[in-house]
Ligand binder design. Structure first.
Ligand SMILES: *Cc1c(COP(=O)(O)O)cnc(C)c1O
Length: 235
């Protein structure tokens, strides 16, 4: 059995346990396999194990993998851009990805909408929120999330699906839940204001239990599937 298959099975069990403990159904949490810095062969191994949704941080690296795996004939792949996105790099993302999790400025959303090819379905997007005030993190401040979300939801070629956050690592389970809980509260508040959000993208290899306990609907996991990342990818 390949290491990636074994890791995916262990991870599915971990997600299942976290769902049980939170009193949630197993199918309320999706797994996004974060394949940044790993090659197309690693993605193919995960695909053979049944994984379909993959996350990439670096536009050029991601587009290369999308094209390689398309050429290899793999079907049903869903590609998520989860890295910071500059407005001069939106076009390849609009043309090759299915989702973008990191919308933190209207200008980026507007360009993605303009550049989304007409023959593709709308690009699925999340607004990134800086829930813990981390100094190095992108994302809108929570107070600005409603305004940005409403503007994004009105763009014709985007479909707003929810919120995403990447909080700083927390010292323990309870403090992780406190921070993830703020994202959940904001998600609920936006839905009360009429936005039909169904995706709360939060939780990674080290904190997915706390994220699931706090209402995450999509965990983004890299190292627990593919192993530790040894080389920096080119941006
Ligand atoms: C790299 C990355 C992940 C995955 O992190 P792991 O700790 O390897 O699970 C998740 N989300 C984002 C935004 C990332 O950049």
């Amino acid at each position: 059995m390949s290491m990636i298959l074994a890791n995916l099975q262990a991870l599915q069990a971990r997600i299942g346990q976290a769902c049980d403990r939170a009193g949630r159904s197993r199918d309320s949490v999706r797994l996004l396999a974060v394949s940044k810095t790993f090659d197309a062969e690693a993605v193919r191994q995960a695909w053979l194990a049944g994984q379909r949704a993959f996350g990439e941080n670096y536009v050029q690296e991601g587009v290369e993998k999308v094209q390689q795996l398309q050429a290899a004939g793999l079907s049903g792949l869903e590609w998520h851009c989860i890295g910071p996105l500059q407005s001069n790099k939106t076009r390849p993302v609009a043309e090759h990805f299915d989702w973008v999790h990191t919308i933190d400025r209207f200008k980026v959303a507007q360009r993605l909408s303009e550049q989304r090819p007409a023959e593709l379905p709308p690009l699925q997007v999340c607004v990134q929120v800086n829930v813990d005030g981390g100094p190095n993190k992108s994302g809108v401040q929570p107070e600005q999330a409603l305004e940005l979300a409403q503007a994004v939801a009105a763009l014709p070629r985007l479909q707003l699906r929810g919120l995403m956050c990447i909080p700083e690592p927390a010292p323990d389970f309870a403090s992780a839940c406190a921070v993830f809980g703020r994202a959940r509260a904001l998600f609920d508040a936006l839905n009360e204001r009429g936005l039909a959000l169904d995706t709360l993208s939060m939780g990674m290899s080290d904190d997915l239990e706390a994220a699931i306990a706090s209402g995450s609907t999509l965990v983004r996991v890299g190292s627990a599937i593919f192993g530790s990342r040894h080389y920096p990818a080119s941006a």
